[in-house]
Design a protein around this ligand. Structure first.
Ligand code: NAD
Length: 497
């Protein structure tokens, strides 16, 4: 019998009758659990619970709100191994990779613990005679997060700790493909002392999402997922009058300059291209070699290094990466490899047909290297989201930058070089939101903010960090005068100055 994954509403685990979906273990290919898909009514129940909890939570002193986060951080650390197992069972990522994701999530909780400092506001005395002015940052009310399968712990942790500590209440809709770790994490909040109703989780699909996007009680939507859905979320939420930040897909290029330390670049590229099976929005999926010599050296060294990579199940920490999320996705990735071949590229290392002993039905594909890729190929235009690295060759750094700037996505990028002047020019001018200089995965730490440019982000504010505080609060500016007793001021009709 398969276990059923329900919802977390008003501090209780809730199961309902209705639609369900299988949740697969991608290493075995088997479905060991199924997840309930919330109806409109179940989502309404979660929103009602968040709305009822809002007035008291908004008025809870910020220090007390932060104390819940301190305790929550401790519980996450104590339960990190178990959370990693849940992620491995449903996403397939190896235990060391899951541990990294959980740690990056915890760092967002640590940032949220600083809420008393973050929400202090701004104050100006004597902006006019006997007049003081200040700005404070008030919570929005019920806010929602909709998250993807590839970081079931970290991406939700980008959102709700900060939103909650700012005084909002939350309804989270995690990915229906990897829901268990997210649901477990939400329950830890109750253990940390969060009042019932402040945090709610509804599992589901489009039906649940559409209710969250249009329900008038919901004030803001944070979304992370693919670009097509991000654009839909952003336009729908905006049309319903909600604040929205919608982070989308990516195609992250690395430039390898002729002066780069090639061995170091290859090692960095291995992890950044194939780690988590390439199912990361910051994965490096294209490497642009500047100069024919650099291109040849890169392909030769990559090919050698890739022969040592180990693919397998999450529980064996000696594996480098695991399976893809589903067999449909594996077929899609394979399809891009076939199309690259048909369109004239050369598959140097082919991961299709990779078999893992004892896991015959797993959704595995091995690391793949494609050379001779050009900008008109379908495999170049699309986000493949698999363990596939495509090599392009150009003559100058300017040509490499034109390629990157010409791509529809602008999430992350990296330059490998020893030339500070080139690196500085690159980071200053490239049209990408997160830039690495000899750093392949430049994911900002929790006290900066995360976001791409172009079609990798719809909205003005990036996720978490200082932008997160702004996103989950609205500014109110108060101007106050206490006239000296006995002073009567006459009416003035000019604009106050
Ligand atoms: P997805 O877009 O398929 O799903 C994301 C969320 O949207 C899920 O909760 C899903 O239930 C919901 N959803 C899916 N289809 C919907 C629809 N038609 N209407 C309403 N809601 C819908 O993304 P995914 O496959 O889970 O995740 C992978 C994608 O996420 C990749 O494109 C990756 O680049 C992107 N991603 C981006 C970032 C970032 O920070 N920019 C981070 C992680 C993942």
């Amino acid at each position: 019998m398969t276990a059923t994954i329900g919802h977390f509403i008003n501090g209780q685990l809730v199961t309902t009758t209705g639609r369900m979906q299988d949740v697969h273990n991608p290493a075995t290919g088997e479905s060991e659990r199924s997840v309930l898909l919330a109806s409109k009514q179940t989502v309404q129940q979660a929103i009602d619970s968040a709305q009822a909890a809002f007035p008291a939570w908004r008025n809870t002193p910020v220090l007390k709100r932060a104390r819940v986060m301190f305790k929550f951080k401790q519980l996450l650390e104590e339960n990190a191994e178990y959370i990693g197992q849940l992620i491995g069972q449903e996403h397939g990522k190896i235990s060391h990779d899951a541990a990294g994701e959980i740690q990056r999530g915890i760092e967002n909780v640590e940032f949220a613990c600083g809420a008393p400092q973050l929400l202090k506001g701004e104050h100006s005395k004597n902006v006019g005679p006997n007049i003081d002015s200040w700005s404070e940052f008030q919570p929005l009310g019920v806010v929602t997060g909709i998250t993807p399968f590839n970081f079931p712990a970290m991406v939700p942790l980008w959102m709700f700790p900060l939103a909650i500590v700012c005084g909002n209440t939350f309804v989270l809709k995690p990915s229906e493909r990897a829901p268990s770790s997210t649901l477990f994490i939400a329950q830890l909040l109750k253990q940390a002392g969060l009042p019932d109703g402040v945090m709610n989780v509804v599992n589901g699909d489009k039906e649940a999402v559409d209710e969250l996007l249009t329900n008038p009680t919901v004030k803001a939507v944070s979304f992370v997922g693919s670009t097509a859905i991000a654009e839909y979320i952003y336009t729908t939420a905006n049309a319903a009058g909600k604040r929205c930040q919608a982070l989308g897909g990516a195609k992250n290029h690395a430039i390898v300059m002729p002066d780069a330390d090639m061995d170091n670049a290859v090692n960095q590229l291995l992890g950044a291209a194939f780690g988590s099976s390439g199912e990361r929005c910051m994965a490096l999926s294209v490497v642009v070699a500047v100069g024919e010599k650099a291109g040849d050296a890169l392909v030769e060294k990559m090919q050698q290094a890739m022969s040592d990579l180990k693919v397998g199940a999450y529980s064996d920490a000696t594996n480098d990466f695991g399976p893809l999320i589903s067999c449909q996705h594996r077929d899609k990735v394979s399809g891009y490899l076939s199309s690259a071949e048909q369109q004239g590229a050369k598959i140097v290392v082919d991961g299709r047909g990779t078999k893992v002993k004892g896991y015959d039905n797993g959704f595995f594909i091995g690391a793949t290297l494609i050379d001779g890729v050009t900008a008109d190929m379908d495999s170049y235009k699309a986000e493949i989201f698999g363990p596939v690295l495509q090599v392009m060759r150009v003559d100058t750094m300017q040509q490499a930058m034109q390629l990157i700037d010409g791509h529809e996505y602008g999430n992350g990028t990296c330059i490998f070089t020893r030339d500070g002047e080139a690196a500085r020019y690159f980071s200053d001018h490239i049209q990408v939101g997160m830039v690495g200089i000899n750093v392949p995965l430049p994911v900002p730490v929790a006290y900066h903010s995360f976001g791409g440019w172009k079609r990798s982000l719809f909205g003005d504010l990036h996720a978490y960090g200082p932008d997160g505080v702004r996103f989950y609060t609205k500014r109110k500016t108060i101007t106050q005068r206490w006239p000296s007793s006995g002073v009567r001021e006459g009416a003035t009709f000019a604009f106050p100055s």
